[in-house]
Structure formats: structure tokens, C-alpha cells
Design a protein around this ligand. Structure first.
Ligand code: AMP
Ligand code: ZN
Length: 114
């Protein structure tokens, strides 16, 4: 997707603070962090929203969770806890239409979200 912000970050056309990369996903620091740890995990494959995930993407999406849990553990958040969030479309607050799993950690969080 030529006009996708996160595809451009994936391709190095827009700078980002990359914290992890493998052959399936990329993780980088959120530009507007909402907690001491706020990292976005994206699939290298462009998928616009959760609505567009297909059965063939199952391993890719699962991969985002295992990569995020690994980083949470490395940063010392595993015991206290952390939040993994994927917003879908406008009412949930999705603003970038390339799916991304937010890893948010390092402070207490309320529920339900606003
Ligand atoms: P969402 O609202 O769930 O679509 O999340 C989009 C996230 O992308 C927000 O938390 C933004 O702060 C973040 N974001 C937007 N532009 C950039 C960027 N250039 N680099 C890193 N994170 C970004
Ligand atoms: Zn994209």
C-alpha cells in the first residue's frame, strides 16, 4: 500500500524507533506514548483492519501476540501486567489503517476504556 504510514515505516521511508523485527512482524515505539512502554507491533503484510484478517493470516496475527508478550517480559512487565489492544475502525479509535497491536505497560490502567 503506497500511501500507508506503517508500510512506509516498514520500508524505512519514514523514521521510527524500531525495537524488534523478524520475517513476519515489526515493532516500533509509538510516537505519542500513553504509558512508559507503548510499542506497536505490525505485520509486514499490509492488512487494513481486523475485519480484513483472513484464515490465512492466523499465524501472522498470533505472531504479533507472541512477539509482544516476549518484549513485555524483557521489559519487566510480565508479572505486574500489561495491555494488548487492536482498535478496529472509527468508533474504536483506529487512525492508521494497517493493523497494529498496541503494547501498553508500566502504569495502572482502568477498565472499561473510555
Ligand atoms: P490507532 O489509533 O489504534 O490506529 O493507533 C495508531 C497509533 O499510531 C497511535 O497511538 C499513534 O500515536 C501512532 N502513530 C501515528 N503516527 C506514528 C508514527 N509516525 N510513528 C509511530 N507511531 C505513530
Ligand atoms: Zn500498510
Amino acid at each position: 500500500m503506497s500511501n500507508c504510514l506503517f508500510c512506509k515505516i516498514r520500508d524505512g521511508q519514514i523514521p521510527s524507533k524500531i525495537v524488534y523485527r523478524d520475517d513476519v512482524c515489526l515493532a516500533f515505539e509509538d510516537i505519542n506514548p500513553q504509558a512508559p512502554t507503548h510499542v506497536l507491533f505490525i505485520p509486514l503484510k499490509h492488512i487494513a483492519t481486523v475485519n480484513d484478517i483472513t484464515m490465512e493470516d492466523r499465524e501472522t496475527v498470533g505472531h504479533l501476540y507472541t512477539a509482544a508478550a516476549k518484549l513485555a517480559k524483557e521489559r519487566g512487565h510480565a508479572e505486574k501486567g500489561y495491555r494488548l489492544v487492536m482498535n478496529c475502525n472509527a468508533e474504536a479509535g483506529q487512525t492508521v489503517f494497517h493493523i497494529h497491536l498496541h503494547l501498553v505497560a508500566g502504569r495502572p490502567m482502568g477498565w472499561p476504556p473510555g
